[in-house]
Write a protein that binds this ligand. Structure first.
Ligand code: SAM
Length: 250
């Protein structure tokens, strides 16, 4: 996959792209990552990227020309044969989730536009972006944290990015449940023991314990997620004992 980020603050991505799983994905050529400075696509002496809003009001609005020009300049001749998404980060977009991350992981190219100030000219929303994504119901000062969130969540789902000892399949939200509790050494820390089952070496029992814990945890913390989870009759009974009512028909 190729990911291109359009931003006014390229430096914000330096550490992000040179650490951890993401860096490994780039080194292993599973992801190509490019950062473009929107200011480089202006043609005036002062490289102006924003202007006053028509109709008045507080703040500045990002001009459309540099953003359109930046996107056009990085489009590739073979883009028409590929799955390309031009994503505008905005608090007005569809709410990002693990399901959307999995959907985007199927694309060949993501072009992510980071807004600033009061946002971007509406013509970018209407005539350039093919998708608009919000990472939550709050307002950030810029789209860079949102672009990092989207890039990170999508990259983990690209086949081969996580090593064989890491897996996204049990991660919270992957199968409609939160993940079970995780422990590592030491087996006793202060007065707190690791559950005995995890030390037993019995993989079948461990898998059953983890599934049960994932269901209990979800029922306690995010009961609304259970409405879409696939549960057996026995698991539905367990959920109902925890106070969240799920019927087999749901
Ligand atoms: N005035 C805009 C509004 O009320 O919809 C908010 C502009 S915000 C201060 C500046 C930029 O930050 C946006 O253009 C967008 O790129 C980014 N941004 C802010 N909140 C976001 C969110 N929840 N998800 C994704 N991007 C966000």
């Amino acid at each position: 996959m190729r990911i291109d980020i359009l931003t006014l603050f390229p430096k914000m991505f330096e550490d992000f792209s040179s650490t951890g799983i993401f860096q490994r994905a780039v080194e292993n050529k599973l992801v190509e990552f490019n950062i473009w400075n929107i200011r480089d696509y202006t043609h005036d002496k002062h490289h102006v990227v924003d202007d006053y809003p028509y109709g008045g009001g507080a703040g500045m609005v990002m001009k459309p020309e540099p953003i359109f020009e930046a996107v056009e300049s990085i489009r590739q001749p073979d883009d028409n044969d590929k799955k390309v998404s031009i994503i505008l980060t905005t608090p007005q977009g569809r709410l990002f989730s693990q399901t959307i991350a999995a959907e985007l992981a199927e694309y060949d190219r993501l072009i992510i536009i980071c807004g600033h100030y009061e946002g971007v000219d509406e013509r970018v929303h209407r005539h350039l972006a093919t998708d608009e994504i919000s990472i939550g119901d709050y307002v950030l000062s810029g789209g860079e944290p949102a672009a990092m969130v989207i890039t990170d969540a999508v990259t983990r789902l690209i086949p081969g990015v996580l090593g064989s000892d890491e897996s996204a399949k049990d991660d919270s939200h992957s199968a409609g449940l939160l993940e079970y509790p995780q422990y590592t050494r030491p087996p006793l820390f202060k007065d707190w023991e690791v559950p005995e089952i995890l030390l037993s070496g019995n993989h079948g029992e461990i898998a059953r314990w983890r599934r049960r814990q994932a269901i209990i945890r979800t029922a306690e913390r995010r009961p609304e997620l259970l409405d879409k989870a696939e549960l057996s009759a026995e698991e539905i009974k367990l959920v109902n004992e925890k106070g969240k009512k799920v019927s087999p028909e749901e």
